[in-house]
Design a protein around this ligand. Structure first.
Ligand code: SAM
Ligand code: SF4
Length: 337
């Protein structure tokens, strides 16, 4: 356990929201190309622009010092970066002394190899993206992924002691008929399930409007077949959860389109290139890497206050208009989902 002196100065934005949750993108690269997330011919950051793992740990330290209690490693695919478990270990040293939780969002392809190291680093809960359990469909959505690898990875994570939550982006005409089977499978396996509305982030080959499935309708449909009891605890994220009484599991809904959740926003995101974005749906940012490389940790820490002043109140996603430009040019994989 490493001690970081808690600062009396918490990070609070101009709307009075305290920032206690950081999503840190370990890399913008990925070994899959999910159709709703990336275009097939993505260009990635040149390596020189990517923070070293030590710089990422320094970024995490700066936020923990200013009151951030939860850090999620994400990407791109965080676990394809060499040394990702080392980064988890560096940040995990603060667990119990400033940091309450270190967690991870992954596509699961590397979990078979890395789950034990992640647990040893102090991670206890992970989110794994799984939009379909059908091999052909999974390959179609991810363009070349092998679902068996991911299912084996999930089993390895469970065996290593990690609590798994499944993330499923609800896609009209692609996996909507799999939502209920996925819910049943998750309940049987002891995983929670979170459904996500597709968001207009970055250009892709398809028009996201065609795949957009509003989750208020999905929830209403499920509520006709199951007793859904809302759970008050929001776990610090944007999802709203229900207990599914007949199955015993929990289902979460992330509804940026049908039900805005920005009012209670407690998070910010740092890209693999060290840009601190204040909102997924806006371009407001500060350059932590430039500050860190030119002026050291103090210069970076000073920028955090400037950043708080420019955090927007809310995103303004719309997906109901065909051929509309994405809300922002950045893909989710760049900002860190
Ligand atoms: N590669 C990891 C994964 O897939 O879990 C972590 C990064 S990924 C960008 C994080 C989450 O964002 C995943 O659950 C993914 O399904 C979701 N996602 C990506 N693009 C999205 C979009 N345009 N709208 C909604 N969710 C998206
Ligand atoms: Fe990769 Fe995750 Fe995006 Fe899929 S959702 S392409 S796994 S970053």
């Amino acid at each position: 356990m490493m001690q970081i002196a808690p600062s009396p100065r918490s990070l609070t934005d101009s709307f009075g929201r305290r920032i206690t949750y950081l999503r840190l993108s370990v890399t913008d690269r990925c070994d899959l190309r999910c159709r709703y997330c990336m275009s097939e011919a993505m260009t990635f950051l040149p390596r020189a622009e990517v923070l070293t793992l030590e710089e990422m740990a320094a970024v995490a330290d700066a936020f923990i010092t200013r009151g951030v209690r939860k850090i999620r490693l994400t990407g791109g695919e965080p676990l394809i970066r060499r040394g990702a478990p080392d980064l988890a270990r560096m940040i995990g040293r603060h667990l119990g002394s400033g940091l309450d939780e270190l967690t991870l969002t992954t596509n699961g392809t590397q979990l078979e190899k890395q789950s034990e190291a992640l647990f040893a680093a102090g991670i206890r809960r992970i989110n794994v993206s799984l939009d379909s359990r059908d091999p052909d469909r999974f390959r179609h959505v991810t363009r070349w992924g092998d679902v068996e690898v991911v299912l084996d990875g999930i089993a390895a994570a469970k065996a290593a002691g990690l609590k798994v939550k499944i993330n499923m982006v609800a896609l009209k005409g692609l996996n909507e008929d799999e939502i209920e089977p996925m819910l049943r499978w998750c309940a049987a396996e002891g995983h929670d399930l979170t459904l996500i509305e597709t968001m207009p982030l970055g250009a892709i080959e398809e028009d996201r409007t065609d795949r957009y499935l509003p989750l208020d309708a999905v929830r209403a449909d499920l509520a006709r077949r199951y007793t859904l009891t809302p759970i008050a605890d929001r776990t610090g994220g944007p999802a709203r959860y229900d207990r599914v009484e007949e199955l015993g599991g929990r289902i979460g809904f992330i509804t940026p389109l049908t039900q805005n959740f920005c009012e209670g926003c407690n998070r910010v995101r740092v890209t693999a290139s060290g840009r601190l974005y204040l909102c997924l749906g806006h371009d407001d940012r500060v350059d932590l890497k430039a500050a860190l490389r030119s002026g050291g940790p103090e210069a970076m820490a000073a920028l955090l206050d400037d950043a708080m002043a420019i955090k927007p109140l809310r995103h303004a996603f719309r997906i109901d208009e065909r051929d509309a430009a994405p809300a922002v040019a950045r893909h989710m994989s760049v900002t860190g989902g």
